[in-house]
Design a protein around this ligand. Sequence first.
Ligand SMILES: NC(=O)c1ccc[n+]([C@@H]2O[C@H](COP(=O)([O-])OP(=O)(O)OC[C@H]3O[C@@H](n4cnc5c(N)ncnc54)[C@H](OP(=O)(O)O)[C@@H]3O)[C@@H](O)[C@H]2O)c1
Length: 303
Amino acid sequence: MRVVVAGATGLIGTALLPLLRTRGHHVTALVRDESKAVAADTADTVVADALDPVAVRGALLASRPDVVVHQLTALRQMSAEAFETTARLRTEGTANLIMAAREAGAAKLVVQSISFATAPLGDPVLSEDAPLYLNAPDASWSRTVQAVAEMERLVLGTPDIAGTILRYGTLFGARTQYDPAGPFGAVIRRGQLPIPETAAGVTSFLHVRDAALAALSAVDSDVAGVFNIADDEPAEGATWLPEYARQLGGPPPRPIPSDVAEKVLGWFANYQLTAMRGARTDRARSELGWKPTVSWRHGLTSG
Ligand SMILES: NC(=O)c1ccc[n+]([C@@H]2O[C@H](COP(=O)([O-])OP(=O)(O)OC[C@H]3O[C@@H](n4cnc5c(N)ncnc54)[C@H](OP(=O)(O)O)[C@@H]3O)[C@@H](O)[C@H]2O)c1
């Protein structure tokens, strides 16, 4: 098949391109900067900023894909601006890709979403049917979740194109947030990241390569829909954070009272450690035939 990957220069995109080629697909990288075509490591590139509908239309009409894979985020930095740009990529960027994909005659869209946008209600580990946290009390997170919901609605509601949403867990692996050289590494090694006394929030992690393998399965599958994609070991903050500190060679995190934790850690980190829910992946296993190859336990700090 002819496959265009938007976000081809990203962590998941760069892992996905060779997998698609090995399967015999004709792969075109959609890049926003021609000089980055080398990073995409493919002879076929088209250039477009995903937020520019005219450029996206030109790129997809030139490449005539059967499948469009959307791995666009601006999350390399974790700033308010990056979250806002990512929300725009999920709404405007997705709408631009859909319009262009329809015109170019594509039959399928495979789109990156997140599994941890569910509301913190009910079981500690939730399926794809759980409601999203649209009314989260933090403005940045509610904007993120609303953009995720809008993106999913657009993809699943597009006539004539099968939409597959891959709700990825919290990514780990080289160059992610959890890379030992990343933002948490030095802080945790110095014992400067405390843990709330009751850290019962659940994180479902996902290695970058398993995220790419799920996208490969989705491209090759006849099944469409919404799929949680995460490892086999959803873990409470009280479990994974001390183990991550141990893997980094740091001291066990210092407990702090729950009533001051949000102030010390910030809203999202406190939410992740105290209330977030994990993700069930039964549907991806049974319908997409995908399963994780690695768990966070065997190396949250590995490449
Ligand atoms: N799901 C999660 O767990 C989660 C949550 C929060 C943060 N993160 C972090 O996000 C990163 C995830 O990797 P990823 O592969 O999703 O992201 P990534 O490595 O940042 O890749 C994003 C891709 O989107 C492209 N892009 C961004 N804006 C664009 C635009 N306007 N037009 C065209 N292309 C555009 C980038 O191109 P350029 O190369 O030109 O920039 C890049 O190819 C990791 O660092 C991870 O730790 C992940």
